[in-house]
Design a protein. Structure first.
Ligand SMILES: NC(=O)c1ccc[n+]([C@@H]2O[C@H](COP(=O)([O-])OP(=O)(O)OC[C@H]3O[C@@H](n4cnc5c(N)ncnc54)[C@H](O)[C@@H]3O)[C@@H](O)[C@H]2O)c1
Length: 439
């Protein structure tokens, strides 16, 4: 095991910078403020609610994660955002339609106080959107410099000790990693020459890394998941995490599929369809943005089930994902899954899951946990990809040549063991032999 890091103290304010100030981002900041005022509980957040067992089951040492490790308290968080749509936090949250009017009313002044900074935005990458609150410059490098100035100004004006950035912007069109992403030199040259291979989300990631700000990507577009930015994050000592918040249907998939596999039940087909009517749904109605999301959602079963290892169980699996934009539903998505499983002697069975979910309500606590854990990672001197945060992502970013771990329960153990390691405790193996033997 690599040498155990020492976590630096937590003192001072943490600024959370959000490119994209739509449904997820406004639900997140509203929820933090509601929790600070005692108006709502931060359900879904491990950093706020979860405990962690230390040592043997008989030792009775089960502190809250927040008492075990030095995490920034909610009172010490400050929020900044960029968005091409100039709506302040209150207007944006109203339009998103996630939170009820009484909740929003009580938080109105606070939300109105957060106005998005002009964005690095280009319709070529998100075709279904337009906005006026946009930075102008002649090269992508100049745009990155504009973001870097924003970051420094925000930090100064809000008295922040440290910052993190979490991409909550729209899903960009599908891009494959290419020569422009291979090294930092190539990436910077491509920014100078306005190469279309450099998407806006990459410019934010670059600006964050160069400013020493940890970065996480909540959407499926590449953003920091390219060798150039991984290289830069290691060189600059900056933690990275991504991609695509694991909420809704994929969360259900990574809960159910490991269970079927654990019992060696076969699966012939998994058909997933969604109807949603928020701005995210509208953006995903563009086939090129949907392709980015589809790739992210499809990979999950393949990795959990390992059909190459279990061809008789999963070799025939037909996996289909559909997302349908249906405005009447707003943010209250409905995700249907039909799962054709196969049991003893090849007898077929069916499972139907109808999840009436609220996407942003599931995503908001992920934003909070990622911000606090990335800040912890930075204070522990960790840099580059933080695979222990895979728990929160549909498409976990991993080192080159390493397949991602999608099973939610393995991800959860990895997360908790990393926290134990960071806190100077032994990881748990769950072997438990010593409870039954003298020793
Ligand atoms: N549960 C979830 O809601 C969930 C789960 C996984 C991933 N995501 C992803 O998170 C992202 C945010 O979701 P949402 O529901 O809040 O969407 P949203 O459409 O409500 O908000 C996205 C915001 O990003 C802004 N934006 C677009 N390009 C930008 C740019 N270049 N710079 C700054 N802002 C930009 C848009 O104007 C919009 O306000 C989406 O990419 C979505 O796919 C959401």
């Amino acid at each position: 095991m690599s040498e155990r890091p020492k976590v630096r103290d937590v003192g001072g304010r943490l600024g959370i910078l959000l490119p994209g100030f739509g449904a997820v981002a406004t639900t997140f900041v509203a929820g933090v403020e509601a929790a600070r005022r005692g108006l709502a509980r931060p359900l879904g957040s491990l950093t706020q609610l979860n405990t962690i067992r230390l040592g043997k089951r008989t030792a009775d040492r089960v502190p809250r994660i927040a008492d075990f490790l030095p995490l920034v308290p909610l009172e010490d968080l400050a929020f900044g955002a960029w968005d091409p749509i100039p709506d302040d936090g209150y207007q944006s949250a109203l339009k998103a339609g996630v939170l009820d009017a009484p909740h929003l009313k009580s938080l109105r002044g606070f939300l109105e106080g957060i106005r998005p900074m002009p964005a690095v935005f280009d319709r070529a990458y998100v075709r279904r959107l337009d906005g006026t609150n946009v930075k102008r410059a002649t090269t992508k490098m100049e745009l990155a410099n504009g973001l870097r100035e924003d970051i420094r100004r925000f930090s100064r004006e809000n008295g922040c000790e440290r910052l993190v950035m979490i991409w909550c912007g729209s899903t960009e069109i599908f891009l494959r990693p290419g020569p422009a992403h291979e090294s930092l030199d190539a990436f910077e040259a491509a920014m100078e020459s306005n190469d279309p291979a450099i998407a806006p989300s990459m410019i934010y990631a670059y600006a964050a890394i160069m400013e020493g700000v940890p970065y996480a990507n909540g959407a499926p577009n590449l953003s920091a998941d390219v060798p150039a930015l991984e290289e830069a994050s290691v060189a600059r000592g900056v933690p990275l995490a991504g991609k695509d918040f694991k909420t809704g249907q994929t969360l259900m998939k990574t809960i159910l599929a490991p269970g079927f596999k654990a019992r060696m039940l076969g699966i012939d087909g998994w058909f997933s369809t969604n109807i949603l009517g928020n701005r995210d749904g509208e953006v995903l109605d563009d086939p090129d943005s949907f392709k980015t999301k589809e790739e992210s959602k499809l990979g999950v079963l393949e990795h959990v089930l390992q059909p190459e290892m279990y061809p008789e169980l999963y070799g025939r699996l037909y996996h289909k994902v559909r997302i349908n934009y249906y405005p009447p539903r707003g943010d209250n998505k409905e995700g249907w899954d039909n799962i054709d499983i196969v049991g003893w002697m090849g007898y077929p069975m069916q499972i139907k899951v109808d999840f009436l979910c609220r996407d942003s309500i599931l995503a908001a606590p992920i934003v909070l946990d990622l911000a606090l854990f990335l800040d912890l990672a930075a204070r522990a001197g960790l840099s580059g990809i933080q695979e222990w945060l895979s728990f929160y992502f549909k498409s976990p970013q991993t080192a080159e040549g390493l397949y991602p771990e999608h099973d939610l329960f393995i991800q959860h153990r990895k997360l908790k063991n990393t926290l134990r390691w960071l806190g100077g405790e032994e990881p748990l193996t769950h072997l438990g032999m010593d409870y039954y033997r003298d020793g």
